[in-house]
Design a protein around this ligand. Structure first.
Ligand SMILES: CCCCCCCCCCCC(=O)O
Length: 287
C-alpha cells in the first residue's frame, strides 16, 4: 500500500487553523493543513475516520479513479470533490482539491519576495495541479520500470514532467494586498525572463512580451485574487484572472519556463516541490 505524503486531512470546521509547520517531518503531518469540507457533517465525520485509517487515506480517494469504492460516502461524485480544499499553512489561503475536469492538487506553497533587499514579504500562495491520467500515462510509457521511490528523484523524469503535454495549472492566490498589475508584469518579466534565457537562449523578448502583455493595466488584483496559469494540450499557456480568461500563448518553451519556477531545481518553495514530486511518485505507484 503506498501512502501519499500530501497533507490532505479532514478537520471539523470549528477547529482552529493549524499553526504553520516548519520542519520537513511535520510539513506533511495530518495536523499541518486543514481541509475544509463543505459536504456536510456526516461526510466530514466519515472523512475524519477515513483519514485515521491508513488503509483508507483520503489521498487515496482523491487520486483514485475508483473513489466511490474506497470511502464510506461512495456516492460522492467528481463534482462534489471540488468542495474540498487544502490550506497553505502560513497564510491559510485555501485551494480546491480539484480544478477543471481532471486537474488534482499535488502541492501548495508560498512565494516570498524581498523588497528593496530588506524585508521578505509573502506575495502569493500557490497550488500546483496536474492531470493524474496524463501523469500516469507518462510514467507508463517511459518510466514503468522505476519504483515510485526512484521516480521522485529522477532528474530525467522531472524534466519530462515539465516538458510533456500534461494538463497542469499553477494557481496563484494573492496574499500581498498592495500589488498592482504592473508589479505582477515586472515580476513575471524577471522570473520567467530568466527561465526563458536558461532554456531558450537570449532571443526570446517577443515571447516574453506576448506573455507579460496579457496582464493589462485595467486588471485589479486585490488580496485573495486568483491568477491561473494553465498548460492546455499542445503546450498552450492559458491565463485567467479571477476565472476570466485573459489570453493564451502557444509555446512549449514558455510553459516549461513557468513550470520550472515551481517544480524545477530552484523552485520558489522547496517544500511545495517536494510535496508535488512525492505525490506524483505516489500516483505512479497507483498505476
Ligand atoms: C512587491 C513584490 C511584487 C511581486 C509581484 C509578484 C506577482 C506575481 C509574479 C509571478 C511570478 C513570480 O513569482 O516571480
Amino acid at each position: 500500500m503506498v501512502s501519499f505524503r500530501f497533507p490532505f486531512s479532514f478537520s471539523q470546521p470549528s477547529l482552529p487553523k493549524p499553526p504553520r509547520a516548519t520542519s520537513s517531518s511535520s510539513r506533511f503531518s495530518v495536523s499541518a493543513v486543514a481541509v475544509t469540507l463543505t459536504v456536510g457533517a456526516a461526510a466530514a465525520g466519515a472523512a475524519v475516520a477515513a483519514s485515521r485509517n491508513p488503509s483508507h487515506s483520503i489521498v487515496d480517494w482523491v487520486f483514485s479513479s475508483h473513489r466511490s469504492s474506497l470511502l464510506p460516502w461512495g456516492s460522492m461524485t467528481l463534482a462534489d470533490s471540488s468542495s474540498e480544499s487544502v490550506a497553505e499553512p502560513k497564510t491559510g489561503f485555501s485551494f480546491p482539491a480539484t480544478i477543471g475536469e481532471s486537474r488534482r492538487l499535488l502541492g501548495v506553497g508560498l512565494r516570498k519576495k524581498s523588497v528593496l533587499g530588506l524585508k521578505n514579504i509573502d506575495v502569493y500562495a500557490f497550488g500546483i495541479y496536474a492531470d493524474c491520467d496524463d501523469v500516469k500515462k507518462l510514467v507508463g510509457e517511459k518510466y514503468a520500470s522505476l519504483a515510485a521511490s526512484e521516480l521522485r528523484g529522477n532528474k530525467a523524469f522531472i524534466d519530462q514532467l515539465m516538458e510533456a503535454d500534461i494538463k497542469m495549472t499553477i494557481r496563484l492566490q494573492i496574499v500581498y494586498g498592495k500589488l498592482n498589475i504592473r508589479s505582477v508584469r515586472n515580476a513575471f518579466q524577471e522570473s520567467v525572463g530568466n527561465r526563458l534565457k536558461k532554456f531558450g537562449g537570449v532571443d526570446n523578448d517577443e515571447l516574453l512580451e506576448s506573455f507579460t502583455s496579457l496582464f493589462k493595466d485595467e486588471y485589479k488584483i486585490p488580496r485573495s485574487s486568483i491568477i491561473d496559469l494553465t498548460q492546455e494540450p499542445g503546450h498552450v499557456l492559458s491565463v485567467a484572472i479571477e476565472g476570466n480568461h485573459v489570453g493564451s500563448v502557444k509555446s512549449k518553451l514558455l510553459c516549461r519556463s513557468i513550470l520550472d519556477l515551481y517544480i524545477g531545481e530552484e523552485p520558489f518553495d522547496k517544500n511545495a516541490r517536494e510535496d508535488f514530486l512525492d505525490n506524483v511518485a505516489s500516483l505512479a505507484a497507483h498505476k
